[in-house]
Write a protein that binds this ligand. Sequence first.
Ligand SMILES: NC(=O)c1ccc[n+]([C@@H]2O[C@H](COP(=O)([O-])OP(=O)(O)OC[C@H]3O[C@@H](n4cnc5c(N)ncnc54)[C@H](OP(=O)(O)O)[C@@H]3O)[C@@H](O)[C@H]2O)c1
Length: 372
Amino acid sequence: MSTWAGKWALVTGASAGIGKALAAELAAGGANLILTARRTDRLQDLARTLSATHQIRAEIFAADLAQPGAPEQIFDFTRRQALQIDLLINNAGFGAYGPFASVDQRRLLDMVQVNCTAVIHLTHLFLPAMIQRRDGYILIVASTASFQAVPYISTYAATKGFDLLFAEGLAEEVKPYGVRVCALCPGSTESEFRDVANQSRAPAANRQQETADKVARVGLRALAAGKSYVISGTRNYLGAQVQRLVPRRLVTSIAAKLDKLPYEAIGTDLTTALATLAQTLKSAEKMVNRLDTEITPGLKTTLDGLHGTLATADGMLKNTNATLVGTDAPAQQELRNALQEITRAARSLRLLTDFLERHPESLLRGKSKEKP
Ligand SMILES: NC(=O)c1ccc[n+]([C@@H]2O[C@H](COP(=O)([O-])OP(=O)(O)OC[C@H]3O[C@@H](n4cnc5c(N)ncnc54)[C@H](OP(=O)(O)O)[C@@H]3O)[C@@H](O)[C@H]2O)c1
């Protein structure tokens, strides 16, 4: 029998995307549902479909989680209906893409309210009864954006970092009481998220996405298994792990450079980021090759900076084998290729810069040739 059969689950953000998929997966496992979001028509449709298909009960309650009183209203609704909530799914959330100073202030504050404050508030309302019963499940939808800063969607990444840390801390705290808490960290996923975040035309929108159904299955499996967090998808897992080997500032700057505004991308696509870096280094190499005719005063500084980057790439390559044990072979190969490309570029650049440092006269000769 499914872990969820006969239990009552409250799902926030059930009108679309991952929340809708979580509701469907729970219903298929025999759970009864309370579905909440702002769009009542969608909630009604979903409740009707799921209860008819899976012979479960499904109630709806419309609420705007940007309003500070909404969690209390949802909690009161469950009390009035005398429903015991066994599973709380904190899924509702949104992002807003663009340079921080130009994003509407109200939207940013609402985002913190929905993505963080409402999560704390709902959890604080429903957890005590779970502790008392020595039984309960809480899923908090975080993101691969939880693992690093992401320029141009910085507030969103910060809210998701908050969600992950909150879930992990609480998981440990309430384990002795038989309550399981898990942060589900999806990478780029098919949903309405990008349209809402005004990100549809950003380069990140073209990246490979997982389906919401798959993400929902991964999250519920991890929750049932007692994991404190789960990253959906091997590539996403790799992205989150590999960047731990790289200085934080470099990760953030790659995130910013990666086609300028990529939000979840650094988690999803570190390999792409590394390949981009390798391209940059190749161009630098070409530039150094032409040095006998083109020399600029900032060159030495640039080359010193490259030395630092390249040392990092070398370190990453050394650590790769250990990090990738247990992940699938094509992903391993892809990452190794990207790192090897960077390291190759690194070595040739280092040889060239060493030579130039020892023989600066070669640069001067070139320059005098250029300007007789
Ligand atoms: N899609 C991705 O690539 C991705 C990746 C990582 C993490 N996530 C996270 O996954 C979660 C679900 O997002 P999604 O991708 O499924 O996006 P989505 O398709 O846009 O769905 C978002 C859900 O949140 C609800 N919601 C938004 N603002 C709300 C508010 N003020 N009050 C109540 N409900 C509100 C929406 O319902 P109404 O509009 O009807 O209120 C909708 O049901 C979010 O926490 C998101 O941060 C998404």
